[in-house]
Design a protein around this ligand. Sequence first.
Ligand code: ADP
Ligand code: MG
Length: 465
Amino acid sequence: MDELLNISEALKEELKIRTKAAKTSFDLWFGDLNLTSLTEDKAVFSTPTKLRKKILSTRYINVIKEGLEEIIGFPVEIEIVSLDSDDEFNKSTSSFVSNNQNEENKEESIKKEKQIQQILKDNSEKKTILDEYTFDNFVEGESNKFAKAACLAVAKYPCEDQNPLFIHGHSGLGKTHLLYAIMHHIKKNRPDLKIIYKTCESFMNELIESIGNRTTTAFKEKYRTADVLLIDDIQFIAGKESTQEEFFHTFSSLYESGKQIILASDRPPREINPLTERLRTRFEGGLIADVQPPSFELRTAIIKKKSESLGIDLSSELVDYMAERLNNNIRQIEGVIKKLYAVTSLTGAFVTKETIEQIISIVDPGNIPTSALIERILSAVCKKYGVSEEDIKSKKKTENIANARHVAIYISRKITDLSLPNIGKIFSRDHSTIISSINKVELNIKTKKNYEEEINNLIKEIKIV
Ligand code: ADP
Ligand code: MG
């Protein structure tokens, strides 16, 4: 919590300089802006009113993003929520309330909803990714046992035998969690070691910036003096020649001086393409451990642990039911449980199979594989707006094409669990363009009549097999 507070304070100082706003207007917009949670790719801020949320999200979002990234050192998506109940999350929970309760109970529900928001807010202030992703909180099963053991060994004995440690597995299976767990462990037991954690993307951005600012010496110095270097989502290095070149030298220099390197990727080294042979050999030269999709037993254990930690009472029959239904991705399981928590706290309702089904249909539309889902998004959006897939992926900016592109990006973000960079790859756009597309659609939903319905109809169409 202190950590978030410190970041909030540092950010305000940064914003004072960047916005050059007068004190009164600064206090008005930023005075009550608080960072409530921070993960490796997203920062959520809260502000008291809808108006402030709107102004901050339209006029100041970029400066907040830049200021925050300067402080934390990696790129994040920014979300601003207002405490008077108009954000995404509130919307989905309120629709549950209004569907499930009659008019006279509505006021009571709204009151409850506010209380719940407060609980959630308190919760997220206390528990951030920075302290939650530990070995203790990592539930072990056959599918991740080896990877966990490898990470624990490196955390206990960094810079010894296992170098580099290369963890791979599909998205949402716990790789980033394990990298953070290693960091926590080392920070606690070996505070003398200098640890650097970067996503591949922010490593690349930093490199490009250093070339632009002619500060490559400082960049090299920074990385080559690390004792432990962790690079997450290293698969994004594919095809980036100058980053591969620089990373090769960083890698070799650290490796030769016996420093620990840990890499995580959504695929094994041989499937990262194009990748120079010398880097591939380096990646394969240490210990490779994979995380596999969770077995039924592991899913059950995770559902139990996460629901218990939120105080949700689930019968073992329902736990089994969820484990059957959510059968590949742990991130999805978490998503469903968090929504379940919100919905049941609000309505005070018992959890039933129907509630679970309703939530799964929001979080996990039809368990359709992501690639198939993307194809369907593209074809539905193209049909609706009368454009072609090439148009969507092209640089064309005519209004209709740009709108179709924003909608396709927005829906991809909403109904798949692809990361922003991965969505960027599909649409041949960088990560900040993806965020701005999403923001545009969100703004249209708020300001244009029938726009939300249009999008929801498209989503419905995409989800029907
Ligand atoms: P990846 O980096 O592989 O895409 P993450 O590490 O981000 O996946 O995991 C997604 C979510 O699932 C995180 O919130 C993480 O804490 C949770 N998670 C993944 N594996 C486990 C596990 N074995 N035990 C508990 N939580 C897990
Ligand atoms: Mg990850």
